[in-house]
Ligand binder design. Structure first.
Ligand SMILES: Nc1ncnc2c1ncn2[C@@H]1O[C@H](COP(=O)(O)OP(=O)(O)OP(=O)(O)O)[C@@H](O)[C@H]1O
Ligand SMILES: [Mg+2]
Length: 348
């Protein structure tokens, strides 16, 4: 059987399309805590083509970071991936030895974290830190690694890279530190970049510069990008496809254009309606209708039976409290986990 969609998220093998670079199936990551076990990532399936940018959006606590850390196999010690596969170029990352996954990280998959100060060593000069990553992954001698590090700083738009390479992280602005993180991530030419809220701590102008930089590097290197953000506006500017996460699950997945033109899940609609004017790409004048989504993401410790969004949903019906909806292909290439969307009801 062949999947009708182009996204291969329904778990049916594609025969005619290019094989995905990343193909995640049913990924489930749990944390053991003193209040019990929670599923921070709950049965997530998604795929990514080479050179594609996929935006992952959702409010705080939806599981975006844990999903990225699970792909990298960098989850904290109280966490455990209990189910699923993460196929990268046809190889399941979850089955690799510790040494093999270390080599994939940095060489083929790199991650940029939200807060660069927590990822950069404050007492080592930045040129040295990038050179160290290059030395480690490319097994180059010190001098060559440092020369490449300086080249990489130039590549990410740091002025006077030779002089700046001598700086310590605290001597740089927030935007420059984020550029250094990107330089480090790019230093080994990864095929996949996981960018976790790379611009949250930055002001709007610098934010736009960093997003442009990621887009340029992506094009130049034919790199795939997973861009994690709570801001659908950023996704609209940067990504081709989007997966919306809610309480550990993907609740909607399609192209950015399709999702903005025709959101199927009430949560996605809420996120779009809460964007200020000028965001998104459907030409709507939103400012007059700016709304917030009532309530907050449910605690993962005691999820209600049925849809996880039911308490915040103005369209909820009895079935929503009885049965949990799985991700269903509602339109060709457009998936949503919603009974209302399944019944083709309009979200007005
Ligand atoms: N080490 C941990 N131990 C227990 N629970 C954790 C741990 N790390 C994350 N969690 C829980 O997993 C869930 C998902 O967290 P995650 O950090 O992925 O959210 P997020 O979507 O990235 O949020 P944000 O937008 O705030 O970064 C949350 O409920 C969080 O409290
Ligand atoms: Mg996060």
């Amino acid at each position: 059987m062949q999947c009708a969609c182009s996204r291969n998220i329904c778990g049916i093998a594609l025969t005619n399309n290019m094989p995905p670079l990343l193909d995640i199936k049913e990924l489930t990551t749990v944390f053991e805590t003193n209040r019990g076990r929670i599923k921070a990532v709950d049965g997530v399936s998604l795929s990514l083509q080479p050179g594609e940018t996929l935006g992952i959006v959702g409010e705080s606590g939806c599981g975006k970071t844990v999903l990225a850390l699970s792909i990298m196999r960098l989850i904290p010690t109280n966490g455990n991936i209990i189910h699923g596969t993460v196929s990268f170029s046809g190889q399941d990352l979850l089955k690799l030895s510790a040494e093999d996954i270390r080599s994939k990280r940095g060489n083929e998959i790199a991650m940029v974290f939200q807060e660069p100060m927590t990822s950069l060593n404050p007492v080592i000069r930045i040129g040295e830190q990038i050179a160290e990553a290059i030395r480690l992954h490319q097994k180059l001698p010190n001098r060559e690694a440092l020369a490449l590090a300086i080249e990489q700083l130039q590549e990410v738009g740091i002025p006077e890279p030779e002089r700046r390479a001598q700086d310590y992280p605290h001597q740089l602005s927030g935007g420059m530190r984020q550029r250094v993180m990107i330089a480090m991530a790019m230093s080994c030419h990864p095929r996949l970049l996981l960018a976790d809220e790379p611009t949250t701590a930055l002001d709007v102008t610098i934010q736009a510069q960093i997003l442009d930089l990621i887009s340029d590097l992506k094009k130049k290197n034919n790199m795939a990008v997973i861009l994690i953000t709570h801001d659908l506006g950023i996704v609209a500017q940067t990504a081709q496809n989007v997966a919306v996460m809610y309480a550990g699950k993907i609740v909607e997945n399609s192209t950015v254009n399709e999702i903005f033109a025709n959101p199927l899940h009430p949560y996605t609609k809420g996120l779009i309606d809460s964007l200020p004017a000028g965001c998104g790409n459907d030409g709507n004048d939103r400012q007059k209708h700016l709304k917030t989504i009532p309530g907050s993401v449910p605690s993962l410790y005691n999820l209600a039976v049925g849809c996880r969004f039911q308490d915040r949903c103005s369209w909820a019906e009895s079935i929503c409290a009885e049965q949990e909806p799985n991700l269903m292909e509602i339109k060709s290439g457009h998936f949503a986990a919603c009974w209302i969307a399944k019944q083709a009801k309009q979200l007005n």
